[in-house]
Write a protein that binds this ligand. Structure first.
Ligand SMILES: *Cc1c(COP(=O)(O)O)cnc(C)c1O
Length: 364
């Protein structure tokens, strides 16, 4: 078997090796119960403990207030693009979207199927290289919610605290698929947060939804049962069979974060990794980060280009030979993207920078 590579994929992406190895040890016989988590009934005592522990640990590490429900759903971030308007765009039928990348754009397009979804700000004209600042005056006072994608996985941008709009009493909805657990946030500022797990949490298959209780129960009666958040809240995420194995791994990742000092500690490591990489890119003559405003740069997805598409391809191919894999930018924009989620160790970033230096020396 070849050694494990440094995987810079945007998702599915690296998981902590100790979590994988521990899961492997328990794979056929979980904690001596005689069966695998992949096999056990979701109604069993063992699985009930797994999901309860996962939820309570997430509540502790994210400091989630009691008036919020935590749901473990399926369908990825993409299904949330529809579930959010179906459940929340139900009073005035209006919702305001800040479009800072492909995912937010898709979410806005989906919401238009259900009502008056308005793009109140976008950075599309500059290829999504910055985060527009929105004030209360930009928001329609009767909007049912305001929507953002906190971290833009494809373009490598992120809403810093100052850029997160103050929406007053209007619920703020945030897609945190590619940055959940990477920074401490005040959950009470949000009406609803969602995140597909396969970027910074667990294998694909589970989507975390954190929703304020008063936003539940307003969905029209004719929507499919599965798409009503209240059904899942009332049934402890077990209205139907949940993605058991992915929830189990998510719980193990939450426990590890807690044991290692919490999200603040993760954030310090993430900042150190990202700063090292951005500093090198800014100093180098070959590479350039298209996101010029440093406050808007993502800690999780570092996007860079050489300015020559063929050289970018050569970079990605040669990096792969060195065990630095999945460095190609998203197929829609090209260039390079190094996704450095929580599970990417500093050694991976160091190995990438050494390779970038060598490549620069050979190709400049
Ligand atoms: C990956 C991603 C999505 C889509 O997630 P799926 O789970 O594949 O549906 C949505 N939003 C953001 C910010 C993402 O990074």
């Amino acid at each position: 078997m070849t050694e494990r590579v440094y995987n810079f994929s945007a998702g599915p992406s690296m998981l902590p090796l100790d979590v994988i190895e521990d899961a492997a040890k328990n794979l056929a016989n979980y904690n001596g119960c005689g069966q695998s988590v992949m096999e056990m009934s979701h109604r069993s005592k063992e699985f009930q403990k797994i999901i309860d522990d996962a939820e309570s640990c997430l509540r502790r590490i994210m400091n989630i207030p009691d008036n919020y429900k935590v749901l473990f759903l399926q369908g990825g971030g993409t299904l949330q693009f529809a579930m959010v308007p179906m459940n929340l765009m139900t009073k005035s039928g209006k919702a305001d979207y800040i479009v800072t990348g492909t995912w937010a754009k898709k979410a806005a397009a989906e919401a238009k199927k259900f009502g008056d979804a308005k793009v109140i700000a976008t950075s599309e004209e500059s290829k999504f290289t910055y985060i527009p600042r929105v004030t209360k005056d930009d928001i329609r006072p009767d909007a049912d919610y305001v929507y953002i994608a906190t971290n833009n996985t494809i373009y490598g941008t992120h809403f810093c605290e100052d850029a997160v709009p103050d929406t007053g009493d209007i619920p703020l909805v945030a897609d945190m698929s590619s940055c959940i657990l990477s920074e401490e946030i005040d959950v009470s500022k949000y009406g609803l947060i969602f995140a597909g797990a396969q970027k910074n949490v667990a294998p694909a298959g589970v989507t975390i939804v954190i929703v304020r209780e008063d936003l539940l129960g307003n969905a029209p009666e004719n929507i499919p049962t599965y798409l009503d958040y209240k059904i899942h809240a009332d049934n402890g995420s077990m209205y139907n069979t949940p993605p058991c194995f992915a929830i189990y791994i998510a719980g193990e990742v939450f426990k590890k974060i807690e044991a290692e000092g919490g999200i603040g500690k993760m954030n310090a490591q993430d900042v150190a990794k990202a700063e090292k990489l951005y500093n090198y890119i800014d100093e180098s003559k070959l590479y350039k980060c298209p996101v010029e405003n440093k406050d808007d740069r993502s800690l999780m997805n570092v996007v860079f280009v050489t300015g020559d598409a063929d050289l970018d391809k050569k970079f990605v191919a040669e990096a792969k030979e060195e065990g630095l894999v999945n460095l190609a930018g998203h197929r829609s924009i090209g260039g390079m993207r190094a996704s450095i989620y929580n599970a990417m160790p500093m050694e991976g970033v160091d190995a990438l920078i050494s390779f970038m230096k060598k490549f620069e020396a050979e190709n400049l």
